[in-house]
Design a protein around this ligand. Sequence first.
Ligand code: NAI
Ligand SMILES: N[C@@H](CC=O)C(=O)O
Ligand code: NA
Length: 429
Amino acid sequence: MTPLKIGIAGLGTVGAGTARLLADNAALIATRAGRPITLTAVSARDKSRDRGIALTGITWHDDALALAADPNVDVVVELIGGSDGPAKALVEAAIAAGRPVVTANKALLAIHGTALAAAAEAAGLPLGFEAAVAGGIPVIKLLREGLAANRVSRVAGILNGTCNYILTTMREEGRDFPEVLADAQALGYAEADPAFDIEGVDAAHKLTILAALAFGQNVDFSAVHIEGIRNISALDISFAEELGYRIKLLGIAQQTPSGVSMRVHPAMVPVSKLLAAVEGVFNAVLMEGDFSGPVFCQGRGAGAGPTASAVVADLIDIARGSKIPVWGAAQAALAPSRPVAISALTGAYYLRLMVTDQPGVLADVTAILRDHGISLESMLQHGRSPGEAVPIVLVTHDTIEAAISAAISRIATLDCVLETPALIRIEPK
Ligand SMILES: NC(=O)C1=CN([C@@H]2O[C@H](COP(=O)(O)OP(=O)(O)OC[C@H]3O[C@@H](n4cnc5c(N)ncnc54)[C@H](O)[C@@H]3O)[C@@H](O)[C@H]2O)C=CC1
Ligand SMILES: N[C@@H](CC=O)C(=O)O
Ligand code: NA
């Protein structure tokens, strides 16, 4: 059988993992793909580095762009990363040269996904990106193929392994944020610039991609409201536990009458919910189809093995001759996104204040909430330390985000409020 010849650009965590998987499971992959999938060429920065993979007999290109023109490469696999620069140039060059592309690059797809898919469609080429969202979970296939007959009303998930690993480890082991982040980097989970993980940008890239597939809209990264986990404190993690919640960084895309609302932010998830039990580097996605009902999947969201598994799944599809539209429908059938402002969101909120323990503080705070039409479900304060700083926690009933934002701006100006208030959205029970 004629092999499908692969050229990989970028031999970091995912690139080296993909080369290893192609070698270790070669016979099984050939059986399932109907022909061997063979690594014939690579491009990376440092030829001398030992990556634990055999590169004998494989062409080395110093310039990744050369992969697009190499006659011994049928499919270009882009595993460099970054929304622009060499990754984008390579994908464009490969498509222009008539080569199918597989990439794990969510930043690239979330920002340039419409133009790249249009180019691939015009050239009649597949563009695979299963690895770009939720690592080893086959969530792209699930949405684009398994749920293709459904109107999807909501997609919600834990989409960043690094953040989930950090939040889990902080809660279970009481360790500090920077120390746990360093672990996640050493394990190969974090992006080259880990700010993308902890600021919520990586999860927003992935949510942009899921929303495009779920709602048949063009990718629109700029429409996602983004908050990360940098300000989540050990105190809030412990209050969440006490109130019956786990703090998770969620990505949520939801159909509303005025458009699709897209947001990434930390959320209090009731412990009874499936998403609350997803821990460590695991990701999970919950999708609501009108005929399927809820569909939940979970698996490892980052790391060499799980991500390589998704890259090679796309290669097997290409070897099989699969012809699935990049975004699940012809480009011309996709609609522009209709963004919904976060201020229109309705829900319950956790509000934690550091205040001076003195008479009248609660009365001042609750008066402001009352003025904005916000009612309280519960309140927590432990012990008494007159004149000292103490945390108080307020949990609201459902309210509109515009109201709680306005109330917090006023609460923050009270003399007795000593720090910027912490506000965390609460997922419904
Ligand atoms: N690490 C993970 O768990 C996951 C990563 N991804 C995505 O996979 C892609 C690769 O990520 P990692 O392997 O983690 O990154 P990495 O930083 O470990 O590897 C990227 C490699 O590309 C090389 N490179 C940089 N510029 C290059 C160029 N011009 N030509 C050739 N090689 C070049 C770098 O030297 C580096 O070895 C990124 O798009 C990332 O977002 C997706 C899912 C999971
Ligand atoms: N940095 C990402 C890697 C996978 O996409 C993450 O932590 O989830
Ligand atoms: Na995936």
